[in-house]
Write a protein that binds this ligand. Structure first.
Ligand code: MSP
Length: 512
């Protein structure tokens, strides 16, 4: 049944400006999990897209003096382009201006209305267009005569208008019970605690329609109201699976979602509003919501005013995609904030990628070419030292799987880096260049080194797919053949078969 299905999503991005590093981060992380699950034989559906309705977009388009849909078309295509540049393996790209999405949102609204979860009243309070969020009085402060949200620092404005409300307060107890019973629902732990204490502080009903804007999906029963953009946006996770048609394979296989990857700033929407809407509509809840930290630029939050916004495209242009993917997954401790600096990125490229990974591949293949004519050695006999190293994969196999199931990227990266280090050490310590008289031993050292390269490259695949495929081409292993399960086999490589040479895997950065 659902055991082998895995549905992962990124947030859908606001096409109000061009993509930045924070967006790239959410997407790369989701891609890492999607790719790992595929090589672990899951049936994966990976979704990303753009969130195109609401006041923020309406304003951005009018400031750009463009027709709103045309504006969305242009910027949404930048995000589509970024997905390709990031080498995302997404199965779909949803835009909330698509018809399939509108149908889903209207249906969800109708159900909520029919179930008496929505009522008409009046909203008066603070609203941040930039966050598309309502804030209560105690979440507001004044800075330089401007009212801002204490949480995000963005400007708020006073709104007073007729509005539909969702009975969020009614779900307070049910949500708390759900968090309690499902400790893996919100991750990491610190964010879970944050949400629980917020909900314990009491939930107020949520305004879910706006009368003063025009850009969005109309409330079906009262067309002068536009559905609140977060109710609209969150539904994308369902509309991409054919909802409201729940009889399709896509819906049946993939709902509820396995993981929604999001940034910590949009936790409240995903961990409180979204499950409350779903509970109210009597739909199953996603299994995990993972709120990652912020990417800082030279230790500061990125902002237009500071002029420190990191453009992923510029970095990729200069350093290449795989080094950026590797850096973000290794150097940012997943769940916490992390910093990008040019110095650390260059260091990572030179030491981890070029010296440790690239060099290992290069040295072993060059040695093989010279001594075995690019053939996998025959007549091998493992000793304890060989087995100790090769069996690391077997011993850690289920630990890696369960780490991934808990979104513990740090465990995965540590295992990989330690193993890479051990593989380099093995090749140095065994000194195959001094073993030319002991052919059996020489054959075995080279065989083990090649097996290690194969295994390490498989683990590299979800992180740096393009580079890993280049390395796996040594053994003629193609993308569709990569299988995590093959790490259990210490004699995967057939003795005597031909292997291929490789070009430099990772170029070192040389600064003058
Ligand atoms: N449109 C909403 C999401 C709707 S999901 C149903 C939105 N979009 S966004 O474009 O503003 O942000 C998308 C994601 O990028 C969020 O997860 C946010 O946390 C992430 N990031 C934006 N800036 C970031 C950093 N500086 N660092 C890491 N991620 C951050 O919110």
């Amino acid at each position: 049944m659902t055991k082998n299905n895995f549905y992962i999503t990124t947030p859908i991005y606001y096409p109000s400006a061009k993509p930045h590093m924070g967006h790239a981060y959410s997407s790369i992380v989701a891609d890492f999990f999607a790719r790992f699950k595929r090589i672990n034989e899951y049936n994966v559906f990976f979704l990303t897209g753009t969130d195109e309705h609401g006041q923020k977009i309406q304003r951005a388009a009018s400031e750009a003096e463009k027709d709103t849909l045309q504006f969305c078309d242009e910027i949404s295509s930048n995000f589509k382009n970024l997905s390709a540049v990031l080498n995302l393996s997404n199965d779909d790209f949803i835009r909330t201006t698509e018809k399939r999405h509108k149908i889903a949102v209207e249906q969800l609204w109708n159900i909520l209305e029919k179930k008496n979860e929505i009522y008409l009243s009046k909203y008066s309070g603070w609203y941040s267009v930039s966050d598309e969020a309502f804030y209560s009085e105690n979440e507001i402060e004044e800075k330089d005569n401007i009212k801002i949200s204490k949480l995000s620092g963005s400007k708020v404005e006073w709104v007073e208008e007729e509005s539909f409300f969702f009975k969020l307060s009614k779900w307070e107890k049910k949500l708390l019970e759900y968090y309690e019973k499902n400790p893996g629902f919100i991750r990491p732990e610190s964010r879970r605690n944050e949400v629980i204490s917020f909900v314990k502080g009491g939930l107020k009903d949520l305004s879910v329609s706006r009368k003063s804007i025009t850009w969005g999906i109309n409330v079906p029963s009262q067309k002068d109201h536009i559905i609140y953009v977060w109710l609209d946006a969150l539904t994308n996770y369902l509309s991409a699976l054919d909802y409201p048609n729940i009889d399709t394979d896509k819906y049946k296989n993939f709902w509820p979602a396995s993981v929604h990857i999001i940034g910590k700033d949009i936790l409240r929407f995903h961990a409180i509003y979204w499950p409350a809407f779903l509970l109210a509509a009597n739909l199953p809840l996603p299994k995990t919501i993972y709120g990652h930290g912020w990417i800082l630029s030279n230790d500061e939050k990125m902002s237009k005013s500071k002029g420190n916004i990191l453009d992923p495209l510029e970095i990729i242009d200069k350093y290449g995609l795989d080094p950026l993917r590797f850096y973000l997954l290794k150097e940012v401790s997943f769940g916490n904030d992390g910093n990008i600096s040019k110095r650390k990125l260059e260091n990572c490229i030179n030491s981890d990628l070029a010296n440790n990974y690239g060099n290992l591949c290069q040295r072993v293949i060059a040695f093989n070419e010279k001594n075995f004519g690019l053939e996998i050695p025959k007549n091998i006999k493992f000793n304890n030292e060989d087995l100790n190293l090769l069996n690391r994969f077997k011993e850690n196999y289920s630990k890696i799987e369960s780490a991934i199931n808990k979104q513990d990227i740090n465990y995965y990266m540590n295992f990989l880096m330690e193993t890479l280090f051990a593989a380099n050490k093995y090749f140095n310590d065994q000194e195959p260049w001094n073993k030319k008289k002991d052919l059996n031993r020489l054959n075995t050292i080279i065989y083990v080194s090649l097996e290690l390269i194969r295994k390490i490259s498989i683990l590299m695949y979800p992180i740096i797919p393009e580079t890993s495929l280049k390395a796996l081409n040594i053994f003629n292993i193609k993308e569709k053949d990569i299988n995590f399960n093959s790490l259990l086999n210490n004699e995967f490589l057939k003795q005597g078969i031909k292997i291929n040479k490789i070009n430099i895997l990772i170029k070192k950065i040389i600064n003058d």
